[in-house]
Design a protein around this ligand. Structure first.
Ligand code: SAH
Length: 483
């Protein structure tokens, strides 16, 4: 809430400039910055610059602008609706401002607020939707910061959605009574199927969805987004994931997703933890599938948050099948999978020219049978192997790979809590890997990466796995684990 006595000294308005002339006086960087800003509108730009710098000349040529290439004269302002004095020359800018005042044309003088009739905003442009941020010259840095924040909250396709909305406005006014019913239509339009279709680039589908919404009085249909929350660090969430979170009615999340990410949802969104961590009350996969179907049928907008990427060891296949069978709309939003976060933490090239040109995502839990799975063969041929949920089968993985012919000296990198501040890194060889199983000190999720490419990682901030061999034997003995 603004303070009671806080009045704006500059009041924002949206001025019609379509087809109108706007003049910029100046040939340097400041003039180019203004040309870029006004160039986002359909005004006709006139650049008055006896001498223009190369970047400005390129911009003028690329955008087909008019340049008056003689020294400035008041007659150049004829017929313009706005003037920018952006020459960088104080005397000239003052002259331009004085001429503009005399002619009754609003003027903006770069970096001279005392000469300005108006200020230019920091602009979030989703034409025809515009968000203009002004600070009355107090802080361009602040304005840009706000601009960046607002920009990432809004879908890139918001403009197309607004155009579609405009084309439905008169029909909605004709067919729907004013008040609740009309409001419900618009909220379904902007948050439901039409908006989602625009987002997906399906304009004709969006049109059909909006028509359906207009003609039927059916309640909004539900939608489930299977969203990757990334490996743990909040700022590794994608912008799309963040936006869907802030729009969701219900957030259904796994235990591995940090609280800080779940908390990005609306305050009044319902939050349903579905567990999958030892010791917590957890729902079975069938129960989760049924829950998603039920929420979809209730018309809810649901974000199903999974750690990492939803399609990597996330059982998304089963959830999608259940939603498909029930005829409930869904989409998938990728996330940064744990292997990528672990590799980044180690500066580890997952593919390395001449060393490794393929990559395996595995759990290692399929090594128990008699035949070697195909991925083990890939490992032997030089693929980089990322082992998910591999801590409890570390000895099995190492043993079988060595048995199959992979050198015990093959490099191994292990990260606990990849991407998070409390991450721990370990490095060693395949021969050291079994020591992981007995470590009681690793309580977070653990990613293991095996392969020759691992040798290209940065081990400066990691502890040797082997160093723990004796210690872990002692720990194991203490906690009664067999080595
Ligand atoms: N869908 C997730 C994987 C879920 S399986 C993804 O794409 O990342 C859970 C396993 O992922 C854990 O046992 C662990 O091996 C790995 N994992 C998840 N987050 C991790 C993290 N921050 N650091 C290390 N490993 C992680």
């Amino acid at each position: 809430m603004p303070q009671a006595n806080a009045k704006l000294n500059a009041f924002p308005v949206f001025m019609r400039v379509e087809g109108k002339a706007v003049a910029i006086v100046g040939g340097g960087e400041e003039a180019l910055a203004k040309a870029r800003l006004i160039g986002q509108s359909s005004a006709v730009l006139r650049i008055i610059a006896e001498n223009a710098e190369p970047d400005l000349l390129t911009f003028i040529a690329q955008n087909n602008l008019t340049r008056v290439a003689v020294s400035y004269d008041a007659s150049h302002l004829e017929g313009v609706v706005l003037v920018f004095a952006a020459s960088g020359d104080e005397a000239l800018d003052r002259r331009v401002a004085a001429d503009a005042h005399r002619l009754g044309i609003p003027v903006n003088a770069v970096d001279r607020p005392e000469l300005c009739d108006f200020f230019t905003p920091a602009l979030v442009n989703r034409a025809p939707v515009a968000i203009a941020i002004g600070t009355e010259g107090a802080g361009p840095v602040l304005a840009q910061m706000l601009r960046a924040r607002i920009d990432q909250m809004l879908s890139p396709s918001l403009g197309s959605l607004a155009v579609l909305a405009a084309s439905f406005r008169s029909a909605a006014e004709k067919l729907l009574p004013k008040g609740n019913v009309r409001r419900r239509f618009w909220s379904g339009f902007f948050q439901g199927a039409p908006a989602r279709a625009v987002e997906a680039g399906e304009l004709s589908q969006a049109h059909d969805a909006a028509t359906d919404l207009l003609l039927s009085n059916a309640p909004a249909s539900g939608h489930i987004a299977l969203v990757g929350a990334g490996p743990g660090a909040e700022d590794l969430l994608t912008l799309r994931a963040h936006r869907l979170l802030t729009e969701a009615d219900v957030i259904v999340h796994d235990a591995l997703v940090p609280e800080a990410i779940v908390a990005m949802g609306r305050r009044d969104a319902e939050r349903l933890p579905v567990g999958k961590r030892k010791g917590c009350h957890t729902k079975s996969q069938a129960e989760i599938n049924a829950l998603l179907v039920e929420l979809g049928r209730e018309g809810k907008r649901v974000v199903r948050l999974k750690s990492g990427d939803p399609l990597v060891f996330g059982r998304a296949g089963e959830e999608m099948a259940a939603l498909r069978d029930a005829g409930i709309a869904y989409e998938v939003v990728p996330g940064v999978t744990a292997a990528f976060a672990a590799a980044a933490d180690f500066e580890l090239p997952l593919t390395l020219r001449g060393v490794s040109s393929s990559m395996v995502f595995t759990t290692g839990h399929d090594l128990k049978g008699n035949s070697l799975p195909d991925w083990a063969k890939l490992a032997i041929s030089g693929a980089t192997v990322a082992v998910y949920m591999g801590r409890s089968v570390a000895a099995e993985v190492a043993g079988r790979l060595i048995e199959a012919g992979l050198s015990p000296d093959t490099a191994v990198a292990v990260v606990e809590n990849a991407s998070l501040a409390n991450r721990r890194r370990f490095h060693g060889t395949l021969a050291d890997l079994p020591s992981l199983e007995a470590r009681a000190d690793l309580t977070g999720p653990v990613m293991t990466i095996i392969g020759d490419a691992v040798a290209g990682a940065n081990f400066e901030r990691s502890e040797p796995l082997g160093a723990h061999r004796h210690e872990s034997a002692a720990t194991a003995a203490a906690v009664g684990v067999e080595q």
